[in-house]
Structure formats: C-alpha cells, structure tokens
Design a protein around this ligand. Structure first.
Ligand SMILES: *Cc1c(COP(=O)(O)O)cnc(C)c1O
Length: 379
C-alpha cells in the first residue's frame, strides 16, 4: 500500500508542504513564534475581538454559570438559554424568522446544504466558493454546476437551463459575500434578482462580511438592504466575532427542518453554553458603538492598502504565481518582522499562489506603514 510518507514527500517537493507554527505569545496583532516577534497579518480577527476583555469576561461568566461543556446534542440533553438567546439575536439582526448555531461555520454548511437539496435537485456555485461549501454541495447528492467566479451571465444561463428543464426541482445558488482568498465582494443585488427570477434559493456565506460591512456590522446583505430577500444567511463566529461557531438564519420552517435533518447538528455535541454566552456579548459589541468604532478603524487601515492593490475588504491578495515565489516572499517579510502567509493550492488554483494580507482594526498604523514598501517591492 502507498505510505503517507511518500505523499508527504511529493507535497513538499511541489512547494506544498505545510506546518503549524507554535505561537508562544499573542498580544493584539503581535505574536511570538519560534522566538521571533512578528506583526501578524494572518488572522481573520477583523475587529480584534479574539482578545477583547469584555468578551473574555463574558466567557468566564458563562463558565461560572453553565460549566465547561454541554454534554450532548441539544436534541438529546436539552438546549441551554445562551444558545436560544444567541439564535434569537442572530435571527432578529438578519431579518429572518429563526436561526440555528453550530460548532463551526464548516459544520453549518456541511449540515444544512445537504438538508436543503438532494438527488434530483441542483446546486449552482461560484467557482471560488470556500471548501466547506464545495464539500457540502458534493455531500448533498444534488447535481452540481459551477459558474466562473462572479460571472453572473453564466449563472443566469445555468439557472435558465435548469429551471426550464426541471420546473419543480429545488435550485440552490451558493456564494460568498466576501471571497476568502481574493477579498472581492459579491455582486449581491444582481445575484438576488437572478435567484428570484428563476425561483431558486440563495445560500450566502457572510464569513468575511460579518462585522465588516453594514451599519450594524451584519454583513454585505445588511449594507445592501437585501437580508429579507435571501433564503439562507450563513456565517461564522470565528472571524469578526472573535470566538468559534457557525450559524444560519432562515425561515422558521427551514430551521425546523435543519433541527431534524442537519447531521452536524443532530449528531454533534452542542458548543459549550459559555461560548454561546460570550457570543451573545460579541454579537452586541459588533452592533454597538464599539463595533462601529472598530469598523471605522478597519476602514482606515483598508484605505492605506489602496497604495498596494485594489482593495474591497480587509483581505488583500498579492498574487505571485509559483508556490516558491509565494513562500520566498513570505520568508522575506518574516525576516522583516511580519507574518504574512503564503497561500497555495488547493486553497487557491494552481499557478495562483499568493500572499494573503488580512487587516484588523487593532493593527498599529506604523506597522502597516512599515509593511507597505515591502509589498510594493514584491508587486
Ligand atoms: C472560515 C470560513 C468558513 C468556515 O468557518 P469556521 O467557523 O472557521 O469553520 C466558511 N466559509 C468561509 C467563506 C470561510 O472563510
């Protein structure tokens, strides 16, 4: 039989070796790894909430009240107050009837999409959608169609063809508000209009939109006032909210169906109630003046990066092509005291290896100023 070591060697030889670095310390956006002090541009902590004392305090309070674990699936051993409260908050702020929380964004997609579509149905997905969405679509057993990234004319022709041929099939269109490795923003209004025209449903992943867009930080759908027109608004609590967990907001009937059918909900232990308790506080913070201030700080930092590239979000890719080029650039930046990860296949297509800079409201301005000339030199 093939040994894992032979696969590992092949990956390394192709410039695709990966390691997890031990973080010895973390303070704000600064980390200590392998004894080196680095300014990290690698996290998705857009608002700096992962170390926010108010949220940490809520977690501690949640532990005091509820203990450390939830002990079983919510269907088996009961649901806790904080899970329910969090879902009510999410539903209300997404203009949806109901919401359901999961242990991660990945688990949300993997559980729900196969509960929406199955054999005989269709999913139509943007080519650059996140791995968890692709996996979920494949798992569903529905027929999968892919449209080139942001090519809505192709989405339209696929919708027209499928709806014409299968008048009663469920058709789910799957896309993201902010694409995770390219940082560009979905043409949401046009997408919503197409989905409505062909009597399909939209699954919108706001993983990188939540906290970043919208007056109350609820994402691109809030900003464009389209929340009520989107069947499924998914997101994660692991990025702007600073914690971990995933959610979907939808109609009551769909949420009820997920409670019956989403296997990552039914057959997985509920996230710790203390986490849900902290997430309630993080959610309030995101919507409050504090969230607004952080968004303002983030915008200021995003604007600084306009010198380097076209920027639409806190995610700025610098596409370099070859794996080795991306690794070398990452190493060069590390020597200068920055942690900017090299992103390679299969996270991005072959030949599109890149640096991915992600900004946070808590990045010190002088550190961004110091980074920019290096990026300009690499471009
Ligand atoms: C990170 C991410 C997820 C997964 O969320 P987790 O909570 O980390 O599992 C889903 N979709 C997109 C677009 C993401 O970037």
């Amino acid at each position: 039989m093939r040994l894992p070591s032979s696969e590992l060697e092949a990956l390394k030889a192709a410039g695709l070796g990966r390691t997890m670095r031990l973080l010895e310390e973390r303070q704000g956006s600064q980390v200590v790894a392998d004894g080196k002090v680095l300014q990290s541009f690698a996290s998705n902590d857009y608002l700096g909430f992962s170390q926010e004392p108010k949220i940490a305090q809520a977690m501690a309070e949640g532990l005091q009240i509820h203990g450390v674990g939830s002990a079983a699936s919510r269907l088996v051993s009961g649901t806790f107050g904080p899970h329910k409260l969090l879902e009510e908050k999410i539903a209300a702020s997404k203009q949806a009837e109901a919401a359901l929380v999961f242990s991660s964004g990945y688990a949300t997609a993997l559980g729900c999409i196969p509960a929406i579509v199955g054999k005989g149905d269709y999913v139509i997905i943007d080519k650059l959608a996140h791995a968890c969405l692709i996996d979920a679509c494949r798992l569903s057993g529905a027929t999968l169609r892919v449209y080139p990234h942001q090519h809505l004319d192709r989405l339209e022709s696929l919708l027209s063809f499928v709806r014409g041929k299968f008048p009663t099939a469920r058709i789910l269109v799957v896309t993201e508000s902010v694409f995770s490795m390219d940082g560009d923003v979905c043409k949401l209004l046009e997408t919503v209009e197409l989905v409505e025209r062909f009597d399909a449903m939209l699954w919108l992943d706001e993983a990188h939109g939540l906290g970043v867009f919208g007056e109350r930080g609820m994402g691109l759908a809030e900003q464009e006032n389209l929340q009520a027109r989107i069947a499924f608004q998914m997101g994660t609590l692991s990025k702007s909210a600073g914690l971990s967990g995933g959610y979907v907001a939808a109609s009551q009937a769909w949420i009820d169906l997920f409670v019956h059918k989403a296997r990552s909900f039914v057959y997985s232990t509920a996230p710790p109630p203390a986490l849900a308790h902290a997430a309630c506080v993080a959610w309030d913070c995101m919507q409050s003046d504090m969230g607004r201030e952080r968004r303002q700080m983030l915008r200021e930092r995003i604007q600084m990066m306009a010198q380097v590239a076209d920027v639409f979000s806190p995610i700025i890719p610098l596409v370099l092509g070859r794996n080795e080029a991306a690794l070398e650039a990452s190493k060069l930046l590390e020597d200068a005291g920055f942690w900017v990860p090299a992103i390679r296949f299969p996270t991005v297509p072959h030949g599109k290896a890149r640096l991915r800079i992600s900004l946070s409201a808590v990045h010190p301005l002088p550190e961004i100023e110091r980074l920019i000339p290096y990026l300009l030199g690499l471009r």
